[in-house]
Design a protein around this ligand. Structure first.
Ligand SMILES: *Cc1c(COP(=O)(O)O)cnc(C)c1O
Ligand code: SF4
Length: 387
């Protein structure tokens, strides 16, 4: 009895390996369900596909119980297997450093749980609310700010719980903007996702709906005609897409963003500043230029949140400020996102940036331009203010 079973198990694994080893065929399969079914989730498979560094091997040996690993064949195919510092690899493959917890790190770094009036809803700003609808993603980013809650791949929010969320939104007329996030909302079937969106759209005071997702980057084939047809029924609907590196903008991603933009969905990007991955002006400029070419407007650049085990990803705040300084004035204004720190403890997003005001008196302001030249702006005569 044992032998045939073992043989079958082996050949299954070999088949999987054969798929990954031929980069021209299946790894870029356009069937998104196939992509999800064939995600790399185990050390045994991964170590046969790529030569792991000692830091990565150790990461697996000790990481039991921590954030799950999952990499779609498509996203894995973007890894340069010869480069231990490949930016795609560093985002997707666990490392031993994840097990180091620094004193400033928190389970819930942005205090979301304490701003949650109903399970699954974060209500921090009076006029908008964040809905955490699922804990699943196509690929688990090692630096995830919600690593406390993603990766178990439980079913999406139950209808019972969702009704409670809708009741809350309905009774809070200030909420005019609902942001659907997770996990990744595009991991839910189109039919189920429509159920949630339709219910939210039926609340009269909800003006806009936003979807926060990384799926167009890690599983671009998920953006299909069926999804587009569904989404375009619920305008005004916006989408924020999480991008990290110019290498992520492939033909598949261009196609996905093109379909979304053609459906009239305004697209913005969110990028986390990551040490050794995108922490320089050149990489960021390239990323933001490539995004504009596919009609994605850079929206936020985030200082990496101090979630548990993320110190190897975090840079100093001044790194982010210097990147903004290297962009503002030097390139298209549309290519410059707002650099924000999501305040630890739940203060929300706080913008930080270069200081262009050099001196301020009651008569004038001395300003510095992008080239470092100084200019004076004379204030209007006193006593003419309207407020
Ligand atoms: C980011 C965020 C929002 C949306 O913020 P915007 O600045 O409007 O994009 C809303 N609620 C929570 C809890 C957030 O973290
Ligand atoms: S896609 Fe977003 S929620 Fe999912 S692991 Fe990455 S950062 Fe976390």
């Amino acid at each position: 009895m044992g032998a045939p079973l073992r043989r079958r198990a082996l050949s299954q694994k070999d088949r999987l390996l054969a798929i990954y080893e031929d980069p021209s065929s299946h790894p870029r399969s356009s069937d998104w369900r196939w992509q999800i079914r064939h995600r790399i989730t185990s050390f045994d498979v991964l170590k046969r596909l790529i030569e792991l560094t000692p830091e990565e091997k150790e990461g697996f040996r000790k990481a039991k119980g921590r954030l799950a690993m999952a990499i779609t064949p498509y996203f894995f195919s973007l890894i340069d297997r010869k480069d231990p510092n490949c930016p795609i690899r560093k985002q997707a493959i666990p490392r031993i450093e994840e097990l180091t917890v620094s004193p400033e790190e928190r389970i819930d770094p942005c205090g979301e749980d304490s701003n949650s009036p109903v399970n699954g809803l974060v209500h921090r700003y009076p006029d908008r609310a964040l809905l955490i609808i699922t804990d699943s993603c196509a690929m688990y980013c090692r630096y995830c700010t919600r690593n406390r809650m993603v990766g178990d791949e439980k079913p999406p929010m139950s209808s019972e719980q969702f009704e409670k969320v809708c009741d809350y939104i309905r009774s809070n007329r200030n909420i005019r903007d609902v942001l659907i996030s997770g996990g990744d909302p595009l991991m839910i079937t189109t039919r189920r996702l429509e159920y949630y969106i339709k219910r939210i759209r039926s609340i009269p005071h909800v003006e806009i709906i936003r979807i926060g997702t990384r799926v167009p980057v890690t599983l671009p084939m998920r953006i299909d005609e069926e999804l587009i047809k569904m989404l375009r029924k619920y305008h005004p609907l916006f989408m924020s897409i999480h991008f990290s590196h110019p290498k992520e903008i492939t033909e598949e991603v261009k196609r996905a963003c093109n379909m979304l933009a053609d459906a009239g969905i305004p697209l913005g990007s969110q990028t986390v500043l990551l040490r050794g991955i995108n922490d320089n002006v050149e990489t960021m400029k390239k990323l933001f230029h490539e995004l504009l070419k596919i009609r994605v407007r850079p929206y936020y650049l985030y200082q990496c949140d101090p979630a548990l085990g993320t110190s190897h990803f975090r840079t100093s705040i001044s790194t982010g400020i210097k990147i903004i300084e290297g962009l503002r004035g030097h390139t298209t204004g549309y290519a410059v996102p707002t650099f924000v720190i999501d305040a630890p403890g739940g203060g929300g997003k706080i913008p930080v940036g270069p200081d262009y005001v050099v001196k301020r008196t009651d008569r004038a302001v001395v300003l510095r331009n992008y080239e470092g030249k100084l200019f004076e702006y004379i204030e209007p005569p006193a006593g003419k203010e309207t407020s």
